[in-house]
Design a protein around this ligand. Structure first.
Ligand code: IMP
Ligand code: MG
Length: 182
């Protein structure tokens, strides 16, 4: 078992246990909306761990969503948003007349989620809700809000639980910050 203390260069911000508890609550919140024929769209890559846990929590809450994936890029190799969002890999499924929940890891400037919402809306979705693991609650570059959010996130760059810096740290079971080069 690896040590998950600051001594290995990482600080835990949200532990695996805290995340699991919140995801159970989120699934219950989503279930309470009683959305018919729900399609979960996970925005990759950063949301893959969150989405995987969320859809299983949705199952435990009694839901049976369909799932698809949309790979978008805004960050590239750097920690700073390029400001431009691109589709790296498109959805397989049509969203026409579907009730969609977009799942993303972090809501920061809002550009990624706004782009995904606009795309899915332009393709004729009946309804679109957004669900993020972390909301940085900063002034947004574009106006978009999370309908469901697991945690408010401090204004700093975070890694783990699917999130990376330069493709590293996605495997961590917690959300943390890098405090020294490891
Ligand atoms: P936005 O388009 O500025 O809202 O940025 C959202 C995207 O940038 C998220 O989907 C993440 O993939 C990435 N991102 C933003 N902040 C962080 C962070 O602190 N750690 C890792 N990825 C981040
Ligand atoms: Mg992302």
């Amino acid at each position: 078992m690896h040590d998950e203390t600051p001594s290995n260069g990482l600080d835990v911000i949200f532990s695996a246990e805290q995340i699991a508890t919140r995801i159970g609550e989120l699934a219950a919140e989503i279930h309470a909306r009683d959305i018919k024929q729900l399609l979960v769209v996970a925005v990759l890559k950063g949301s893959f761990v969150f989405a995987a846990d969320l859809i299983r929590a949705m199952h435990h809450a009694g839901m049976a969503p369909e799932v698809d994936f949309l790979t978008l890029s805004s960050y590239r190799k750097s920690k700073v948003s390029s400001g431009k969002v691109e589709i790296l890999r498109d959805l397989d499924l049509g969203v026409d007349n579907r009730n969609v929940i977009l799942v993303d890891d972090v809501l920061d400037s809002g550009r990624t989620l706004a782009f995904a919402k606009d795309l899915i809306s332009a393709r004729g979705a009946k309804s679109i809700l957004t669900c993020v693991l972390l909301d940085k609650k900063l002034p947004r570059a574009v106006d978009v809000q999370a309908d469901f959010c697991a945690f408010e996130c401090p204004d700093e760059f975070v890694v783990g639980y699917g999130m990376d810096v330069a493709h590293r740290y996605r495997e961590l079971p917690f959300v943390g910050r890098v405090v020294s080069g490891v």
